[in-house]
Design a protein around this ligand. Structure first.
Ligand SMILES: Cc1cc2nc3c(=O)[nH]c(=O)nc-3n(C[C@H](O)[C@H](O)[C@H](O)COP(=O)(O)OP(=O)(O)OC[C@H]3O[C@@H](n4cnc5c(N)ncnc54)[C@H](O)[C@@H]3O)c2cc1C
Length: 384
């Protein structure tokens, strides 16, 4: 019997016949992520565990036979991270339970295979949010993928990356024993998973952005926030294609408006031109696309405070006549995001469809580069 056949049989006993496969159509289905460039990679075995103990059993078997393992969530990775050539691919999407939503202490505990869509649907019913709402790839990406890729996405301007809201993780370590550990407050069996720091050194950080190399995340707790009831989208177009100005404006906005800005996307002029060239319903007179478009989502708990944020943003953006208010309908009457927009799932979905999916791979990939503005060596290069 080959080594892989032995591994298959042992894992089959651990998870059950229905949740393991070595069929070609399954290997093909799991051979890619949502990336434009990377080749197919076919695993030997696809397995879909349901519990942390099953994950631990798989890790023990893989160690015994020295077979590589790669975990997979929604498979929306941009760089082939959730595929493997040979070895075992662990699909974690059966581990999708929302274990607790604690409204009083503002945290939730979930299994890492739960999707952003499933979690946010439950949280919104209770006027709660995770603040950062997952990646631009959409709501079928998982929390585990977000933690493992240090994902930035909707809400990151204000709430940071996905690891910023993580209060602790349950991880199956890649050692021969498949040891199960918790980090953060939950490492103390008498505590609740409500805080990350102050319990011990921050072991949670070891597993953030690790692309699954430090272990398999099976559960986690996340910080929750009350969902601000007042939100609005505002857009401005720069009068010149000048990235030095972009950096200056971003600095001022961060200093003066800060928490009022839920999100700020800078759409490069080339993306705006691309959108204009693909307009579904062209307006009779199209706008001159002079520079990048700043797309703001502002939020507040009080309508009067939202008005203050709107006024502050407008003052900064229009000072010295560097930018003017902009509506997407100036390039395409079908892009009515600004008018239709309510803070629901429709917005990020439309954003993905109308903005990211239109852009050629080179442009959409830049969303994953996390570069501090102040350390970009030669800003002039960006202007050329
Ligand atoms: C169109 C498009 C737009 C995107 N926009 C963004 C964006 O705005 N910001 C951004 O940061 N990324 C973005 N991405 C990349 C990707 O969607 C995100 O990183 C997302 O969070 C991945 O989640 P996932 O569940 O699909 O993870 P997967 O793709 O399944 O896995 C991602 C990585 O995490 C590991 N992993 C997954 N689950 C676990 C687990 N439970 N334990 C340990 N390791 C695990 C995998 O091995 C892999 O290395 C985008 C991708 C596309 C295609």
């Amino acid at each position: 019997m080959s080594k892989i056949t032995k591994v298959y049989k042992e894992i089959e006993i651990a998870v059950g016949t229905e949740y393991i496969s070595d069929k070609d159509f399954m290997k093909a289905a799991y051979s890619r992520n949502v990336d434009p460039a990377f080749p197919d990679r076919w695993a030997d075995i696809i397995v879909r565990p349901e519990t942390t103990e099953e994950v631990s059993d798989i890790v023990k078997i893989a160690n015994k036979y020295k077979i590589p393992i790669v975990p997979r969530g929604g498979g929306a990775d941009l760089v082939g991270g959730a595929t493997i050539e040979g070895g075992i691919l662990i699909d974690l999407t059966r581990m999708n339970k929302i274990i607790e939503i604690n409204e009083k202490d503002f945290y939730c505990e979930v299994e890492c295979g739960v999707t952003w869509g499933a979690l946010l649907s439950e949280l919104y019913k209770k006027d709660l949010t995770t603040g950062v709402l997952g990646p631009g790839s959409g709501f079928s990406a998982t929390i585990g993928g977000g933690l493992s890729n240090s994902t930035a996405g909707f809400g990151s301007t204000k709430y940071g990356l996905v690891p910023n809201i993580c209060l602790g993780v349950e991880v199956v370590l890649p050692n021969p024993q498949g040891t199960i550990i918790w980090t953060g407050a939950a490492a103390n069996k008498y505590s609740k998973p409500f805080c990350r720091y102050g319990v011990a050194p921050d072991f949670t950080g070891l597993f953030m952005g690790d692309a699954g190399t430090m272990g398999i995340k099976t559960k986690c707790s996340l910080r929750l926030f009350p969902n601000s009831p007042y939100k609005i989208q505002k857009n401005y177009i720069l009068k010149k294609d000048d990235y030095n100005k972009v950096f200056e404006l971003m600095y001022e906005l961060q200093k003066e408006v800060k928490d009022g800005i839920h999100d700020l996307y800078i759409n490069p002029r080339v993306v705006v031109q691309l959108l204009a060239s693909q307009a579904k319903i062209r307006p009779p007179k199209r706008a001159r696309l002079s520079g990048p478009v700043f797309m703001f989502i502002l939020e507040a708990f009080d309508e009067r405070i939202l008005d203050v944020y709107i006024e502050q943003v407008n003052r900064i953006m229009t000072k010295d006549n560097v930018a003017r208010p902009f509506e997407w309908t100036e390039i395409d009457l079908d892009l009515k995001l600004a008018k239709d927009w309510k803070f629901d799932f429709k917005f990020p979905y439309s954003y993905f469809n109308k903005f990211i999916s239109l852009a050629p791979p080179k442009i959409s990939c830049t969303t994953c580069h996390k570069i501090p503005i102040s350390s970009i060596a030669d800003k002039k290069e960006l202007n050329s």
